[in-house]
Design a protein around this ligand. Sequence first.
Ligand SMILES: [Mg+2]
Length: 181
Amino acid sequence: MRPVLLVDVDGPLNPYAAKPHRRPQGYRTHRLTTPRWEAAERRRLSEWGLPLKAVKPLRVWLNPGHGPALAALPFDLVWATTWEEEANAFLAPLLGLPTLPFLSWPQPRPQREDGVFWKTPEIVAWARGRPFAWVDDQITEADRGWVHAHHQGRALLHRIDPKVGMTAADFARLRDWASLT
Ligand SMILES: [Mg+2]
């Protein structure tokens, strides 16, 4: 069985932490108003007591080369992003990816005191021992330790710099890891 690649969006595919007025090379700007984004913005405006005017779209940078590059990897791709089903509706077509399975997250997000990212136990439970790689900008050593202690199969937790997004070196790392499976 091929390993799974769990793909986060904000950070790996959308390098949101790059300088606001300097779109990284190879990326295109998209302005999206998704139902989740609109609901979150309306909640924020009403919490701050601000008038509910038209919600500004969310700016997303995407590299059209990332879809084919992900599809060419020897993995089964799965979204592991808070975009959930909206990754399929809004992002997959822009990247040239098919509809992919996605993880649904608990709401509200679990609070943890131990520095482990709330996604990590969800991913391990979902994987049920199947080998997986995971790209995310919020991975730390705490997550690697937690996965090591709680996941039976192989796992690669590969952090992506959210100022840069996924690079050729990241794709090479994933290919190398899969070839050892
Ligand atoms: Mg992220």
